[in-house]
Design a protein around this ligand. Structure first.
Ligand code: PLP
Length: 287
């Protein structure tokens, strides 16, 4: 079955989907994006993702391409046309198409919108989670506004490629104090020897992950002690468990950090429980 994308007002075959060479996303990475999970014919946490999209747009003074109901309709149509039951829907908004010039274009330049969707294999994801994954650590080298979900992801791309070349799935950025900020496309977590769940505060140095927020709520429901504080690489390496979260992976256990095996090298009980129960707490919008 051929895939379909939405590009600036039209549904087009994915293989022919194009944006203009002077789209400011292409020229300057002047845009933002969101990714929502599609699970069992539901969009997961759509409201929160679209709230964060609005915030990212506001922080960069980019106009919303349309109202939320219209955007939700387009997302559903793209998902429907691609027959996605389990997978991801991707939205990207840029400051639009204009002559290449660093200054913002004229106020009547419409923002550009692209929406795509693709299926993923839930069984393959479960299998990967049963083994867990490895992460490497790299020095933090991103700009300070990582709270904005910007399409400018070059440091993330380079860090994740380095991870891949070393047989790992993710790279954890480490700040000057030796604390883990987050992964290239995920938030970072540990479970201490005392059984407390720890993740860095969202105020500085990380994207406020939607999956992160849902996991915090799930942990509260399950009566797990939660500490929102920075943690060092050394603390993570000697933790009882470690894991990463994102809409694209939900909860993925981490079993190795650089050359250090975490605990016994198998996904921990709390990570597994959080993954299993995640959709009991996330907001599900049926398709
Ligand atoms: N941190 C970064 C840098 C990300 O790119 C992402 C997701 O793409 C996340 C964290 C996790 O965010 P969410 O749970 O909203 O997918």
């Amino acid at each position: 079955m051929s895939r379909v994308a939405y590009v600036n007002g039209q549904y087009v075959p994915h293989s022919q989907a194009c944006v203009h060479i002077e789209d400011r996303g292409y020229q300057f990475a002047d845009g933002v994006y969101e990714v929502c999970e599609i699970w069992n014919r539901n969009i997961v946490d759509e409201r929160r993702h679209l709230d964060r999209l609005d915030r990212s747009l506001r922080e960069l003074s980019i106009d919303a391409p349309m109202g939320r109901p219209a955007l939700c309709l387009i997302m559903r149509e793209v998902i429907r046309r691609n027959r996605v039951k389990n997978g991801l829907v991707y939205l990207q908004v840029t400051r639009g198409v204009a002559k290449r010039d660093h200054y913002f274009p004229a106020g009547d330049t419409p923002p550009a919108l692209v929406v795509t969707a693709r299926s993923t294999d839930p069984r393959a994801a479960e299998k990967a989670a049963e083994t867990g994954c490895a992460v490497i650590t790299v020095p933090e080298n991103r700009w300070e506004r990582v709270d904005i979900k910007s399409i400018g992801l070059l440091p993330n791309v380079l860090a994740k490629q380095k991870a891949k070349e070393q047989g790992a799935k993710e790279a954890w950025f480490v700040d000057r104090d030796g604390n883990v900020t987050e992964g290239g496309s995920t938030n970072a977590w540990i479970v201490t020897k005392e059984g407390a769940l720890v993740t860095r505060p969202a105020e500085a140095g990380i994207l406020r992950g939607i999956t992160r927020q849902v996991v915090i709520e799930l942990a509260a429901r399950e009566g797990i002690k939660f500490e929102e504080r920075p943690f060092t690489v050394e603390e993570a390496k000697s933790a009882r468990e470690a894991f990463i979260t994102a809409a694209s992976t939900i909860v993925m256990p981490v079993v190795r950090i650089d050359d250090t095996v975490v605990a016994n090298g198998y996904p921990g009980a709390i990570s597994r429980m959080l993954r299993e129960k995640f959709h009991e707490v996330s907001e599900l919008e049926s398709l």
